[in-house]
Design a protein around this ligand. Structure first.
Ligand SMILES: [Zn+2]
Ligand SMILES: [Zn+2]
Length: 387
């Protein structure tokens, strides 16, 4: 069992102050300059070696304590382009930008854990505190990996926490296998031949073809995939035409698909393409199609997920750890780190009634800071005992 009694209330107050300071000064993806400076200063003040400029604003704090395993802990630092609602004292001072996903809290908890471990040195080996930029949409985690994160800081395992509204505060959820879905997109243009609306026989109507295409896409999840392979496909944009009496020359169709299994991921892409080719052939029209594989699914490795669950039981008690939590269809770019190093992504309960993530009235639940920090600290101390 980890002794977290060294951690005092003043540490908790300090984390809260840091969290609220970051909340008041949110920064978008790859623009986290102030946040990155604050993190670097805080780590350096704790005597932790800091390596900056990885994926621009990303940084890694390194704490060594003799021979032993190497563990990586990741926090994300970026905010979202949302105008904050509500009147908290620490409300965003940057109009149209806010911490609506709790990355302010994740950063403060990891700083709290870094300070606690630097003071206690209750571990053996190396701890890499990974502060990544641009988790939202822009894949800062991938950029860090591409810039040599794990060559420079080789980790035996990596872990990340994310707060989760809907899970009670004081509870933790982690399990082997999928935690979040992959996120991929399609951008398609159906290219017909425009003409007079009164004489469709002289045109090749891309709108009718696009309509058939959109309906046919709905059969991929419902008719082509097993009910045991969760997936969702949404068409989110259709654009074509300008007026009443003209058949337009083309129609754009855009959307996204999400799933857990990498094979399902490519199967869906292939099915979209097959249906598109068939529909366009039937209507004698051309098309351009672009498919972009975005974030992979977030899949916890078994050993590390079970280890994290066991550590969590030591922090919040056996009855407060859920190891069969329903995975989310949202996505997360810690997944790219998990493609390179074994590890686990862990949900930290934010409260059953907490405001959902990405909502303008969301605010990180400060009452969960200590639980998150204690879990991070315990992951490090227990990990060094296992090797
Ligand atoms: Zn988010
Ligand atoms: Zn997030």
């Amino acid at each position: 069992m980890t002794d977290t009694s060294l951690l005092s209330n003043s540490d908790a107050e300090r984390m809260k102050t840091l969290r609220r300071d970051i909340h008041a000064h949110p920064e978008l993806a790859f623009e986290e300059k102030r946040t990155s400076d604050l993190v670097a200063r805080t780590l350096e003040a704790a005597g932790i070696e800091v390596h900056r400029g990885i994926a621009d604003t990303g940084l890694v704090g390194v704490l060594r304590n003799g021979d032993g395993p190497s563990i990586g802990l990741r926090a994300d630092m970026d905010a979202l382009p949302i105008l904050e609602a509500g009147g908290a004292d620490h409300k965003s001072t940057h109009d149209g930008v806010m911490h609506a996903c709790g990355h302010d809290g994740h950063t403060a908890m990891l700083l709290g854990a870094a300070e606690a471990l630097a003071a206690s040195r209750a571990f053996k080996g190396n701890v890499y505190f990974i502060f990544q930029p641009a988790e939202e949409n822009k894949g800062g985690g991938r950029v860090m990996v591409e810039e040599g994160l794990f060559e420079r800081f080789p980790c035996d395992a990596i872990f990340a926490l994310h707060n989760w509204p809907g899970l009670a505060a004081g509870k933790i959820a982690v399990q082997p296998g999928p935690m979040m879905a992959s996120f991929d997109t399609f951008d398609i243009v159906l290219k017909g031949v425009g003409g007079h609306a009164a004489m469709p026989e002289k045109a090749r109507d891309p709108l009718v073809a696009a309509s058939e295409f959109v309906l046919a896409l709905q059969t991929i999840v419902s008719r082509k995939l097993s009910a045991h392979d969760p997936a969702v496909l949404s068409v989110t944009q259709m654009k074509g035409g300008e007026t009443f009496n003209v058949i337009p020359g083309q129609c754009e169709v855009k959307g996204t698909w999400r799933c857990f299994d990498p094979e399902v991921r490519t199967f869906i892409r292939d099915e979209i393409d097959r249906i598109l080719a068939s529909v366009c052939a039937a209507h004698q029209i051309d098309y351009d199609a672009e498919y972009e594989f975005g974030y992979p699914s977030t899949i916890n490795t078994e050993t590390e997920a079970l280890f994290a669950a066991d550590v969590a039981k030591g922090v919040v008690g056996e009855g407060n750890v859920d190891t069969s939590f329903r995975p989310s269809m949202a996505s997360e770019d810690f997944s790219v780190m998990l493609e390179n190093v074994p590890g686990a992504y862990i949900w930290l309960g934010a409260g059953i009634e907490a405001t959902p993530l990405h909502h303008p009235a969301y605010d990180f639940n400060d009452d969960t800071l200590e639980t998150g920090r204690d879990l991070l600290v315990s992951l490090v101390t227990r990990f060094s005992e296992t090797r």
